[in-house]
Design a protein. Sequence first.
Length: 302
Amino acid sequence: MTQRTHPVENASDREIILSRLFDAPRELVWEVWTNPEHVAKWWGPNGFSTTIHEMDVRPGGKWHHTMHGPDGKDYPNKSIFKEVVKPERIVFSHGGGEKGGPGANFQASWAFDAQGDKTRVTIRMVFPTAAERDQVVKHYNAIEGGKQTLARLAEYLPTAPLILERTFKAPIEMVWRAITELDQMKQWYFEELESFKPEVGFETRVTVRHEGTVYPHIWKVTEVAAGKRLAYSWKYEGKPGESFVTFELFAEGRNTRLKLTHRRLESFKPESHPELARKNFVRGWTSLIGESLKEFLEKGKN
């Protein structure tokens, strides 16, 4: 059972609170906040880059990263996660700061609140004393830096690859067949799929009808590593853009972890075609991978 720890209440003179509403569903915001592949792309104030050495988001897990300032200075940071309640809340203890500079030690919480199709993230940092809080605000310009970091996340979200991971109680060979053999794909994926072969260059179509509109999908296989990796391009006939889907399989004992990555969703111009907005792909993949494929595999339908 996850042990819940909470920052000390009534500590207004010792805390920093930042909040921002993001135009993205909570599962996506959680993903880009907890997956180091994403975090390295947006973390830090303007002009900063970040190297993540370790990020294990679970109670007791470590998060070690170094922020690189535009002036060449490095800011090593080490945190320990205390509480992780997906996709609602994270609590961690933090220590870090500029090499040779004053330390920044505090306990932090991140809250992810769904507000319809949007997500409000609230950051709370509680310092041991008011003096330490004031020193971090003055020396590191922490409040403005936090606001800039959240702004960078808002800019990154529309172009972030959609990454979804699920672990199935099935051997890797069974999962591979489920994502590559036509008769099995029709049972959990798209019944309308015309044909499929895990061969580089193979092209197929899926004509999906939704709420009276026809969406002709065109897929072309771009990469195959049997039992490990499958990739194909994904576009819509008569609409702009081309995206890329990758399935990666990892054996974990008798189970299989599937990592799905869908890149270049922004190329579909969702501002002009709202039905192709990222949030709809999040819903679709969550249902397909997290529900349909799981049921298909774990109930032995194949």
